[in-house]
Design a binder for this molecule. Structure first.
Ligand code: IPE
Ligand code: IPE
Ligand code: MG
Length: 332
């Protein structure tokens, strides 16, 4: 079973997709693919079969997303909390991951054809070493594709991701790359595993559970959240259309709250810079008000340019550190 199904949409599905595409379609959709074990129980099949069918549903869903013009998908495949399940279940899920990543590497042409960039988001070091290596290979081989993006959250929780971002920032300060006053929401945002993706427009959770289970807590504060009662392996094209319709219904309100937030963030940053310059201007003597204003403007510009320079330098160092980790997994 491949990661992306080649099967085309039926005529009625195509028709419906075209109607939806006349409105705003979310660019980035996140899924909490929940309900595999309840599905297995309902169908009287083994639990592992439920997880396996869950993966097949992912492949089908990715095809629907491609057809609907959704170019980025993030899925919650395995949470750090899931390690607490029975050894038998965790081993089964790891085996499934092993098989699917091996298959993905065998089917490179398919990813190339659709130009799919695969990213695995989470704490890879918690995984068996052979799976870490497979993941590193898949991520590095597809990193330059940019038509569509599949982010697989594996060994992931949002709190773990945020704590890691804070540690990265602390490392930057310790190394003298950034200053404590450079630590802003925007910088933390860029230290998350998801730094290369825009925030999801739409988040869908299946199985009727109405909670986020520590998934993308930072990234979904302005996303449309849709909870659907269907179990993940039974998810249909029509369920996806319904979720998109709900997104379209809420589109204006979502855009408005996003705009307000980014405007506020820019204003806050500007105020912080101004305060810092004012506090550091006392040492400069001025002949008159005009000269004082000019000095203030010059120092403000300098402060902003310096901060931008330090931040970019730090983010490049972080990127190199992350790439080096993946590369060392492939070579050792
Ligand atoms: C989601 O389905 C898949 C994983 C967590 C790996 P579950 O395994 O949570 O199935 P339910 O929710 O117990 O039915
Ligand atoms: C969330 O589902 C994790 C995944 C879908 C991978 P869970 O089934 O593990 O979440 P809880 O335990 O019900 O909150
Ligand atoms: Mg569950």
């Amino acid at each position: 079973m491949s990661w992306i199904r080649d099967k085309e949409l039926s005529l009625i599905e195509r028709l419906c997709a075209n109607v939806l595409k006349a409105g705003p379609v979310p660019k980035h959709v996140a899924f909490i693919m929940d309900g595999n074990r309840r599905y297995a129980k309902k169908c009287h099949v083994e639990r592992q079969e439920g997880h396996s069918q869950g993966f097949e549903k992912l492949a089908e869903t990715l095809r629907w997303c491609l057809n609907l013009g959704i170019c980025e998908v993030t899925v919650y495949a395995f949470s750090i909390e899931n390690f607490k399940r029975s050894k038998e279940e965790v081993d089964g899920l790891m085996e499934l991951a092993r098989q699917k990543f091996t298959r993905l590497l065998e089917e490179k042409e398919k990813l190339q054809k659709h130009e799919v960039c695969i990213r695995v988001i989470g704490d890879l070091s918690l995984l068996p070493l052979d799976i870490q290596k497979l993941i590193a290979q898949a991520v590095l081989e597809t990193k330059d594709y940019s038509k569509c993006f599949l982010n697989v959250c594996f060994a992931y929780t949002s709190r773990h991701e945020i704590s890691n971002a804070v540690r990265e920032v602390a490392w930057g300060v310790q190394e003298g790359l950034i200053e404590p006053r450079d630590v802003t929401e925007s910088l933390l945002d860029q230290c998350l595993y998801t730094s290369h993706s825009p925030d999801p427009d739409l988040l869908i959770r299946t199985s009727g559970e109405v909670r986020l289970s520590d998934f993308l807590l930072w990234q979904t504060s302005h996303s449309c959240l849709v909870f659907q009662s269907i179990l993940w392996p039974e998810y249909t094209f029509w369920n996806l259309c319904e979720a998109i319709l709900r997104y379209q219904y809420n589109y204006t309100a979502i855009q408005k709250s996003r705009e307000l937030y980014s405007r506020d963030r820019a204003r806050l940053q500007s105020e912080t810079d101004q305060t810092w310059v004012q506090q550091n201007m006392f040492c400069v003597e001025h002949r008159n008000e005009e000269e004082k204003t000019k000095t203030f403007q010059r120092l403000l510009l300098q402060c902003q340019t310096d901060r931008e320079h330090r931040t970019q330098n730090f983010l490049r160092a972080l990127e190199r550190k992350r790439e080096f980790f993946l590369q060392s997994l492939c070579t050792n």
